[in-house]
Design a protein around this ligand. Structure first.
Ligand SMILES: [Zn+2]
Length: 454
């Protein structure tokens, strides 16, 4: 398997550790609201990557952080639970959105069980230990009750910064906002001193007593090192907007603490646009999975739409494109349902289909070509082939139930009415089947049913 590596700016082979394991870290959500479909696209891509690695024969050890303490989660928790204590409010709000996030992933066909989720609030000691190592090595300093990463001493020691992007090192401002995105190097907060009314944890650093909470970047470094059994890890994944400064800072923290590199490959996934524009609340083009379900779409139609674009390219979401994806999902489902109708199509699907699709995915996740190969297959699939396809693509094609004996009886009766040229009866039975969600198409080999909705 090869991925475009942002560190080397080329396609690199993904090679496992000695025991055939791929260690995989993916930056997770900040759980203060519903995830929007742009975020969800990244998690779908990462699921596809894990599937391709697994089917390639690797065991994948996959960790994702849940950011359940930061400026946004704290603000939201105070609005939602004004009468609760700061920590209680934070946990209440973040657990709610974490559950929604995981339910969204599951609905989108993401293999949630394959991911080890780690909450920031449950990894505070590991983050503090990492900060202590960075501080002991001389790459952090205390100011105003907070701890900052010292880019100057870090770079003067000959350490790399800016491998993922071209960065202007001239500015050395100090900031404590997690979400700055200016293309310049800045000392960033590893630990933020507590403010009134905010949840906090005690922290002793040297002679300093520093009640507060972790910065955002330190989370990922600490959780990856603590939970993945390898350093450097094999693959680090995230949305393209995290490339700088977040990922650059993750790398710097790990090198500053351990004097060893963090990840061998960084893979970045591009944005989802809505009607050609970046999603924003003011443009009212800010969609969640709830919005998609409310309009009657199957969540897997969004998954399919995402797979229709190359992960490294922008994807333009429109409702028309989602409708087209839903239609394609329906066609794939109808094809999968041929497994229950062997009399309709006696040709058997190409047994190389799964291998061909894997070959496309193994080359930097070329999912559009994989889907085109799949859609071109018309001969009936076997149950085993459908299982292979689900293992790769997660589109829910395997294990679809057969229709009921009563429905089969209606189809047989309709055929008998047609044979007897009893058209009113035949039409009436067609209407009954349609009310049951089944469409019947008359083929030379007999009636073929398909479900009206995917
Ligand atoms: Zn991260």
């Amino acid at each position: 398997m090869r991925l475009f590596n942002s560190l080397t700016r080329q396609l690199d082979d993904i090679t496992p550790s000695s025991d055939n394991t791929i260690t995989f870290y993916a930056c997770g959500p900040t759980v203060y609201d519903h995830a929007h479909i742009g975020n969800l696209r990244t998690y779908i891509t990462e699921d596809l990557l894990r599937r391709a690695l697994r089917v390639s024969g690797y065991s994948v050890q996959s960790v994702m952080n849940i950011t359940d303490v930061d400026d946004k989660t704290i603000t939201r928790s105070q609005i939602e639970h004004p009468d609760a204590g700061p920590m209680e409010a934070l946990i209440e709000t973040t657990r709610t959105y974490e559950a929604i996030f995981k339910a969204d992933l599951a609905a989108l066909g993401v293999d949630v069980a394959a991911i080890q989720f780690v909450r920031a609030t449950e990894a505070i000691p590991q983050m503090q230990a990492l900060i202590q190592r960075i501080y002991a090595n001389g790459f952090a300093y205390v100011a105003d009750g907070s701890v900052y990463f010292n880019l100057r001493t870090y770079r003067e020691a000959g350490n790399p910064y800016g491998r993922l992007v071209n960065v202007d090192y001239s500015a050395q401002a100090r900031i404590d906002n997690d979400e700055y995105d200016k293309a310049e190097a800045q000392d960033f907060a590893l630990w933020k001193g507590t403010k009134d009314g905010e949840p906090f944890w005690d922290f002793s650093l040297g002679e300093h007593d520093l009640p507060g909470r972790p910065g955002w970047h330190i989370e990922c470094s600490a959780m990856a090192l603590d939970n993945l059994d390898e350093q450097p890890i094999t693959v680090h994944s995230g949305g393209i907007d995290l490339k700088f400064p977040h990922h650059e800072n993750e790398i710097a923290q790990v090198i500053a603490a351990t004097n060893q590199d963090f990840a061998r490959t960084f893979t970045h996934h591009n944005h989802l646009l809505v009607d050609g524009r970046k999603m924003s609340k003011s443009l009212q083009n800010f969609y969640t999975l709830e919005d998609i379900k409310a309009k009657g779409y199957n969540p897997l139609a969004l998954r399919l739409l995402c797979l229709q674009a190359l992960h490294a390219n922008e994807l333009n979401f429109t409702w028309d494109s989602l409708t087209a994806a839903q239609n394609m999902l329906g066609n794939l489902g109808a094809w999968a349902d041929l497994v229950h109708q062997p009399e309709i199509n006696k040709a058997t699907a190409d047994t190389r289909l799964g291998a061909d699709i894997l070959a496309y995915l193994a080359e930097d996740l070329h999912s559009p070509e994989a889907l085109a190969r799949l859609a071109a297959e018309t001969a009936a699939p076997t149950a085993e082939l459908l299982r292979q396809l689900d293992a790769l693509l997660g589109l829910g094609l395997a294990g679809r139930p057969d229709i009921t004996p009563e429905q089969k009886q209606l189809i047989a009766e309709r055929q008998a009415a047609r044979d007897a040229k009893d058209w009113p009866r035949s039409d009436q039975l067609r209407a009954e089947l349609s009310a049951d969600g089944l469409e019947v198409e008359d083929t030379p080999a007999g009636p073929r049913w398909r479900r009206a909705t995917p």
